[in-house]
Design a protein around this ligand. Structure first.
Ligand SMILES: [Zn+2]
Length: 80
């Protein structure tokens, strides 16, 4: 599983909406990939800030911004 795959599944992962096997694959990747772990923390912080986890989804604008940042190489560079 690539970092982009993990990012695509990240919100479902946080909402525990993934099948158990898929959830485990994402968890394994996050455990071994500092860049994705940093993203997970950032997404969690964003969700907490917006208080929207209860609604079961992130606003499309937030998802788009996260994916755009990820796709433009922020992970591994800007991620600390
Ligand atoms: Zn990764």
């Amino acid at each position: 599983m690539s970092c982009a795959d993990v990012l695509a599944l990240l919100t479902d992962y946080l909402e525990e909406a993934l099948p158990a096997a898929r959830h485990r694959v994402v968890a394994d990747h996050l455990g071994g990939c500092p860049a994705c772990a940093a993203w997970l923390a950032q997404v969690r912080a964003t969700i907490a800030a917006l208080g929207c986890l209860r609604d079961g989804s992130l606003p499309p604008s937030v998802l788009a911004a996260l994916r755009h940042s990820f796709g433009s190489g922020a992970v591994g560079g800007a991620a600390k």
